[in-house]
Structures are given as C-alpha cells and as structure tokens.
Design a protein around this ligand. Structure first.
Ligand code: FAD
Length: 478
C-alpha cells in the first residue's frame, strides 16, 4: 500500500487538478493537506480580504473532499516541517503539488523539493495555474517578452496544445483517522472586527461558486464581452479573478468554456481569452523579473521623486477624492473586495499621475483590500498605469476621470450606486458636481465640501506638473 500527500496551495479545486490526478495515479492512499505558512510568502503574505476568501475557500474544499470520501488535513507551517511530520506519521513516499510563481514561493518550493529528495521522498510539481509555463515562451533571441502583443501572438500559436481540463475524481481514498488536522478557525483567517458582511454578500468562494460564475458568464455575457467589459455599470466582465487567483478554477477550464462551439467563434469570447493572456503575461513578467513587485521594471523610474502626502493618500483610500468615478471605485473595493478593471485604471492613474503618489502605495492598498489580490496581476496593473512597467501606458497617458466617466458610465448608474450622496444630481453633473450651478446642488441636497468633497487636486495643473516630472526622466538611449 503506497501513500502520497497532495499539498494544496492556490489550487483549491478538484477538477483539472493535475497534482491530485497524478497522486491518485501513483498511490493507493492520497492525503490532501493544506499548510498555513503566510510568513513563507515574504513581504507579500495574503492581505485581509484574501485571508477572508481563503477561509471560505478551504471550507468549501473540505466539503467537496468529504462528499468524495476524503477530508482536508490542515497544518501550520513551516511547510517543510509540516510535510516531514506528515510523512513520518503516514509513511508517505511522495508529495505532489501545483507550481506557483511568486519569487518567495519559488524559493521555498525549491528548498522543499531538495530537502524531500535528500530524504528519498519523491517530490512532483505540476502545472495547474497557467496555460503556459513562463520559461516556455521566449522571443526569437531566446529572451523573455516585455511587450504583450508579440507575447500573446507566440502563445496563441500554441493554444491548440493546451491540454483539456481533467475531470474531478468521483471518489477519493479515505484519509486514515489517525491523521490529525487543525480546525479551520485555528488558522485565524477571519477578521476579528467583522467588516466582511459586504464580501459575504458579493461572493461565494470555492469551486462551486467558480463554476456557477463561469456558467453564468458564458451563458449571459461572454458574447458581448468585447464591448461591455469596459462598462462598470453593467455585469459585462466575468468576475472570475478571485477564483482564478485561488485556483478554484483553472485557466484551462476558463479557456475550454470560452472555446465551446457556438461560444468560441464570437468576438466576445476571443476578447475574453485575450484577457486570460494578460494573466499569463503578468506571470511571465513576474517569473522573469522577480524584483518588480517592489521596483519598477523600467529602471529610469527608480529615481523618480514621488510626492508623499498621507492625507491625500487616505482620501484616495476612503473614496473621498471629490472625483465621483474614483470614489465610486474605491468604495466598491472597500465594500466588496473587488473593483472593475476600467475603474482600477482610473483610480490608479489619479493616484500615480495626478497626486503623484508612488504606485507602491496603491499596490499595497489593493493588496490588502482585493479578494483577487495577485502579485503578478497587481504588479503589472500598477506598473502599467504608472508607466514604469513592461508594455506600459506611456507616461503622458493620464486618464481624465470626467471623460472616462462620461464614456464608460454613460447613465451614471455606477457612480449613483457607490456615491449615493450625489444620486439626485442630473446626469450632466453626477461625475463633476463642482461644475453644477448652486441651485442644482441645492435642489439635489448636495453641499460640496460637506456632503461630498471638492476635488482633491486640479486635474489640469496636476497633469501638467506630472508631465514635467516625467519629462525629466531620460528617454531610452539618452
Ligand atoms: C491597478 C491595477 C491593479 C490590478 N490588480 C489585480 C490583482 O491584484 N489581481 C487580479 O487578478 N487582477 C488585477 N488587475 C487586473 C484586472 O483589473 C482584473 O483581473 C479584472 O478586473 C478582474 O475582473 P474579471 O474577473 O471580471 O475580469 P475579466 O475581464 O472577466 O477577465 C478574465 C480574467 O482575465 C484576467 N485578467 C483580466 N484583465 C487582466 C489584466 N489587466 N491583467 C492580468 N490579468 C487580467 C483575470 O484573471 C480575470 O479574471 C489589476 C488591474 C489594474 C489596472
């Protein structure tokens, strides 16, 4: 009788789970284990919203395992010590897991693999998190890509080789009763002050929630995704990001769902698959440029003198900047742990280009508040918007929050939902209340500076100021 451990990490699903599938093929007894070791993720241990999600996702995984005759063994880190203890207790001869790509996790996993090999334990890592391993996609010179379009062109040529998702096992071997597990509450993932009601109302963490979200998206929204994905007032995007981050859904499953006949030939489906490509690109960059969560990829930006203004930063965090589309986004984030992609770009542009605050301040706030906080995607998003990353928005692209609101929230429904103190204003002024005549403000019950702030910064002069600062940077080759 052989025994194997399956080390669950951010692959909290049973469908298309290569590590689980390989363990089941190799051993009679398979023991699913999750090891809580946030300190091993370095400076980027999961933030508060991610911990909330993780708690519920582990509970969901435990339920799915029990339905199939197994259970989840929870242990506390360090990971290597926990695995060694389990190996000693169970006589396991192999450990299976799916790879992750954060620099601290890669270093930890390498050390674990080596230590297990030295003890004669088979350590098998699989690809369950990406369509393409970051080291398999290279440009003609053999270097990693730094620009999305050629990267994605190289990937699309290989899309046909992506394996079909594996089915979930119907039954699983029982875990021997003697193998002890911590209770989920012992991991202390839930907030002590319960601010999480909004998250619970918005999300159903776990594989069942992922499948329901994917099915609904494919049935109702994917066809128009190429157009509606930019509209925060519509349910136009998939909202799959936390499920993909925690591996409750694999990118192969998302790709397969977007490729079925009748769906896959639409412009919407093609556009959705391209966004999965951005996720691949973000992981490619993080793998090849592991310093980027903390330092700009474009080294010219390292010496930039960002402004430090704690009061402005706090106003941005709290959704009190006086720019309704920005405040709507920041409040959506605080209430639900998620923000629409278009609005992420707008709030990030205001912070880094109009307020000229360091992009790391924004990345850190997102890290703590997003349920989909993901080191690869977050780093790419912030460096792209700040203009200092790979394939970045040029430094002179500064989102105008008024024009963005006019274009992408045409009926102002998004702002009205999240900034209700402006809801009674006519459409013409909801996104720019400071431009409203006094009698219009009075009629709508809005006292600017009291009920709702005046703009924190003048858009035009701050834009000119930012451009002057950016222009001081040397252009490549200078
Ligand atoms: C400043 C900033 C910070 C961001 N931080 C994160 C983050 O921490 N975690 C995160 O998952 N995404 C992040 N993004 C990317 C993007 O905003 C979210 O992935 C998207 O809004 C999630 O919503 P969705 O699932 O409905 O996306 P959809 O539009 O339905 O896209 C499908 C999937 O593709 C991936 N994807 C889409 N857009 C991007 C992108 N630009 N970069 C990388 N992957 C993408 C996501 O996994 C997403 O779930 C950030 C973007 C910006 C501008």
């Amino acid at each position: 009788m052989s025994t194997a451990l399956v080390w669950f990490r951010r692959d909290l699903r049973l469908t298309d789970q290569p590590a689980l599938a390989q363990a089941l093929a190799a051993a009679d007894t398979v023991i699913p284990v999750y090891i809580h070791a946030p300190h091993e993720e370095g400076a980027w241990a999961p933030g508060a919203a991610s911990r909330w999600w993780l708690h519920h996702s582990l509970a969901a995984l435990e339920t799915e395992l029990r339905v199939r005759g197994s259970r989840l063994v929870l242990r506390e880190g360090p990971a290597l010590a926990a695995l060694e203890a389990l190996i000693a207790e169970t006589g396991a001869t192999a450990v299976f897991w799916n790879r992750l790509y954060e620099p601290a996790v890669i270093a930890r996993d390498k050390a674990v693999k080596q230590a297990l090999a030295e003890r004669g334990i088979e350590a098998v890592s699989c690809n369950g998190h990406l369509l393409f391993e970051p080291w398999t996609i290279r440009n003609g010179a053999g270097d990693p890509y730094r620009v999305f379009t050629p990267f994605w062109k190289a990937c699309t040529a290989e899309l046909g080789t992506v394996p079909a998702p594996l089915p979930a096992p119907e039954r699983l071997p029982a875990v021997p009763p003697a193998v002890a597990s911590l209770g989920l509450a012992a991991l202390g993932l839930l907030p002590k002050i319960r601010w999480d009601a909004g998250l619970a109302a918005a999300w159903l963490p776990g594989e069942a929630g992922a499948m329901a979200t994917l099915s609904q998206f494919v049935e109702e929204a994917i066809g128009a995704y190429d157009v509606d994905r930019n509209r925060p007032d519509l349910p136009g995007s998939s909202r799959l990001s936390p499920y993909l981050h925690f591996g409750e859904l694999s990118p192969r499953q998302a790709l397969a769902a977007a490729s079925v006949p009748g769906v896959g030939d639409s412009a919407g489906a093609a556009s959705f698959v391209r966004e999965l490509g951005w996720r691949e690109f973000a992981h490619h960059l993080l793998f090849h440029f592991p310093h980027t969560p903390d330092e700009p990829l474009d080294a010219r930006f390292a010496g930039l003198a960002w402004r430090e203004d704690p009061a402005e930063l706090e106003a941005w965090r709290r959704g009190r900047t006086g720019y309704p589309i920005v405040d709507a986004g920041m409040r959506e984030l605080w209430a639900t742990g998620w923000m629409h992609n278009r609005v992420r770009m707008i709030v990030a542009s205001l912070l880094t280009k109009n307020l000229f605050a360091h992009w790391r301040h924004g990345a850190r706030w997102f890290w703590d508040t997003l349920v989909d906080a993901d080191l690869a995607n977050n780093t790419l998003g912030w460096q792209w918007t700040a203009g200092c990353g790979a394939d970045a928005a040029p430094y002179y692209r500064i989102f105008n929050p008024l024009l963005q609101a006019e274009k992408f929230d045409p009926g102002r429904a998004y702002i009205r939902r999240w900034v209700p103190e402006l809801a009674a204003l006519p459409d013409k002024y909801v996104h720019c209340p400071w431009q409203a005549p006094a009698e219009v403000l009075l009629a709508a019950g809005v006292r600017l500076g009291q009920d709702y702030p005046l703009p924190i910064v003048d858009p035009r002069s701050s834009r000119d100021d930012a451009l002057r600062r950016f222009e001081g940077l040397k252009r490549p080759g200078q």
